[in-house]
Design a protein around this ligand. Structure first.
Ligand SMILES: CCCCC/C=C\C/C=C\C/C=C\C/C=C\CCCC(=O)SCCNC(=O)CCNC(=O)[C@H](O)C(C)(C)COP(=O)(O)OP(=O)(O)OC[C@H]1O[C@@H](n2cnc3c(N)ncnc32)[C@H](O)[C@@H]1OP(=O)(O)O
Length: 184
């Protein structure tokens, strides 16, 4: 992965172990918002990622490139592939049970990805320092051990729920996140 210093964990950054009380290995991770472009089941042309954690620390998901995801004819749009990376990375940091947002996302495109391809996505954390989480993901063509088409490195920043309430739609959050107190 070609990456900048901004997405490289500083020396000594701790790689967190799976949270006590976090998802058990093998757990399917639900969508965080039904209309999310990445994981929302009600989004008509979204990526519809349905992720799981095989070990409580990393996340896996599949994304089948559709008609709605083209850039060049019959090839996936690079921004859509970046969105898939963003989503699976976001799910992997959510294993730590705190809200995070993308601060920076760096992407390497190694192979073209034709419409109809299933990309096998995997994301993991390389370290957390304060509010900063350093994460990585890859997308492989056709199989979990297929050729790598996309790699990404990201810096996610921890926020509080007020971030979403202040800048987004409080009612939509409350409707789908009964476990969060939006205005404590
Ligand atoms: C709809 C319902 C949602 C409910 C969600 C609820 C819970 C979450 C649940 C589930 C989530 C599960 C899955 C999610 C899956 C996918 C999610 C996709 C994620 C996204 O798609 S999310 C959208 C795009 N994302 C944004 O919309 C962010 C816009 N942005 C901001 O909101 C601010 O910008 C913020 C908050 C990032 C920082 O602002 P701030 O004021 O809090 O903090 P500050 O600026 O001090 O930064 C603190 C330290 O981070 C460093 N830092 C910051 N940004 C940096 C950068 N770009 N490069 C390098 N370093 C950076 C600083 O340099 C400083 O470093 P230092 O501490 O060393 O000085």
């Amino acid at each position: 992965m070609t990456r900048s210093s901004l997405t490289t964990p500083p020396a000594g950054a701790a790689v967190p172990s799976p949270e006590a009380g976090g998802p058990e290995p093998g757990t399917t991770l639900g969508s965080h918002y039904s209309r999310c472009f990445g994981c929302g089941t009600e989004h008509p042309t979204g990526l519809h990622l349905a992720a799981r954690t095989p070990d409580g620390a990393t996340v896996e998901a599949e994304f089948t490139v559709g008609e709605a995801h083209q850039g060049a004819p019959r090839l996936a749009h690079g921004g859509v592939l970046a969105a898939a990376m963003d989503e699976v990375i976001g799910m992997s940091v959510y294993l730590f049970r705190k809200p995070y947002v993308t601060g920076r996302l760096e992407t390497d495109y190694l192979l073209p990805v034709p419409v109809g391809t299933t990309l096998h996505l995997r994301a993991w954390c390389n370290g957390i320092v304060g509010r900063k989480a350093y994460l990585e993901a890859e997308g492989r063509i056709g199989a979990p051990d297929g050729p790598v088409a996309v790699r990404a490195a990201a810096l996610f920043i921890e926020v509080d729920m007020a971030h979403f309430a202040e800048h987004g739609d409080v009612a939509a959050i409350a409707a789908e996140h009964h476990d969060y107190e939006v205005n404590p």
